[in-house]
Design a protein around this ligand. Structure first.
Ligand SMILES: NC(=O)c1ccc[n+]([C@@H]2O[C@H](COP(=O)([O-])OP(=O)(O)OC[C@H]3O[C@@H](n4cnc5c(N)ncnc54)[C@H](OP(=O)(O)O)[C@@H]3O)[C@@H](O)[C@H]2O)c1
Length: 315
């Protein structure tokens, strides 16, 4: 049986990833920093490279679910490179994603392989179809609610600290930090949702995954206002939360669209990450080294494989 190390295995997202690996016939090897939460697993600390090397011994790949990734991504990637095995993570921290993309590594490394980052990138890449460049890409998120985990809140805080509390957007071909408030506008989602108030330039990992490989000077994310407000209101996770991700690509007055629908942004991150590992291990990749989802996978084919977890419509 092919074994895959899950770092951060006992976290909320890590548990979904472990279950998805089992469901697909992999042997998940559980790892993380707290030995007490890992009976029978392989405890390892990002401050102790030898412990990571021991954890990675004999595995075929590693999925890192331990965030904030500012602390975990580089040490786990370096250990994966020493072991010569591919690495996938679910990081939604723009700064950590940038650190990862800046690495010079020969083994396959795919950061942000989750709901935020990977999914938008795959949708944008599939929507582009035969276009080689676009004028603008918009990624609009409608979440029926957004009760975050402690890991999400901690990662958001680390990200904000790393950019001195400023926000970030990708416009005119550059990542730009800004001090002004987010614009509020209306985004018309496909029926039955229709027009919804959203925060514009609510930048998610899409602003770094997409421009990495698609020729486009402007990538803008949007988030429904109710979900953005939920994020800071606290409360228990609600797995019934549903989502619509509406991606619009414009080029020379023409428009193409890809829409994804599903439930529970944490749960669906597991099939995204595990599908990526399965494709990397079976050689279904189009790039080497560090790459984003849209860059390294056949985007339309990958999205089709996500059913029934995520349903996708390309227009
Ligand atoms: N891109 C996406 O769409 C997406 C989707 C899901 C999750 N995520 C991200 O994934 C991360 C985890 O989310 P979650 O929902 O699983 O949160 P969670 O339930 O709070 O779990 C966080 C996990 O990370 C571990 N961890 C934190 N700092 C660590 C460190 N320095 N060294 C080793 N382990 C560390 C924690 O271990 P301890 O208990 O020992 O602290 C725990 O296992 C967050 O950053 C979140 O933003 C992103």
């Amino acid at each position: 049986m092919t074994s895959v190390l899950v770092y951060g295995a006992y976290g909320h997202t890590g548990r979904f990833v472990v279950a998805e690996l089992r469901r697909r016939g992999f042997e998940p090897i559980l790892s993380g920093r707290d030995a007490a939460k890992l009976p029978g697993g392989r405890p390892a600390s990002v401050d102790d490279p030898a412990s990571l090397d021991r954890a990675l011994d004999g595995v075929a790949a590693v999925i890192n679910c331990a965030g904030p990734f500012a602390a975990t991504a580089v040490p786990v990637i370096e250990a994966a490179a020493r072991a010569g095995v591919p690495y996938v993570d679910v990081a939604a921290e723009i700064e950590a994603n940038l650190d990862t993309f800046a690495l010079d590594i020969d083994t396959v490394v795919v950061p942000a392989m989750a709901f935020f980052g990977g999914l938008g990138d795959l949708l944008a890449t599939a929507a582009m179809g035969d276009w080689t460049a676009a004028d603008e890409i918009h990624v609009a998120y409608a979440l029926s609610g957004w009760r975050p985990t402690a890991g999400t809140l901690a990662a958001g805080q680390v990200s904000r600290d790393r950019r001195d509390g400023r926000r970030v957007r990708f416009a005119d071909g550059w990542l730009e930090h800004r001090d002004d408030a987010l614009p509020t506008l209306e985004w018309t989602f496909p029926a039955p949702l229709g027009p919804q108030p959203v925060f514009g330039e609510f930048s998610m990992a899409d602003v770094v995954t997409i421009p990495r490989h698609l020729r486009v000077p402007s990538v803008t994310s949007y988030m429904t206002v109710n979900a953005a407000k939920d994020l800071f209101a606290g409360g228990e996770r609600d797995s019934a939360e549903s989502f619509v991700v509406d991606v619009v690509v414009r080029s020379g007055g023409e428009e193409r669209r890809a829409v994804a629908r599903g439930q529970d942004i944490y749960a669906v991150s597991a099939p995204l990450a595990v599908e990526a590992v399965e494709r990397i291990l079976s050689g279904r990749t189009t790039a080497k080294g560090v790459a984003s989802a849209g860059e390294i996978f056949d985007a339309a084919d990958f999205l089709r494989a996500l059913a029934p977890h995520i349903s996708v419509e390309l227009r």
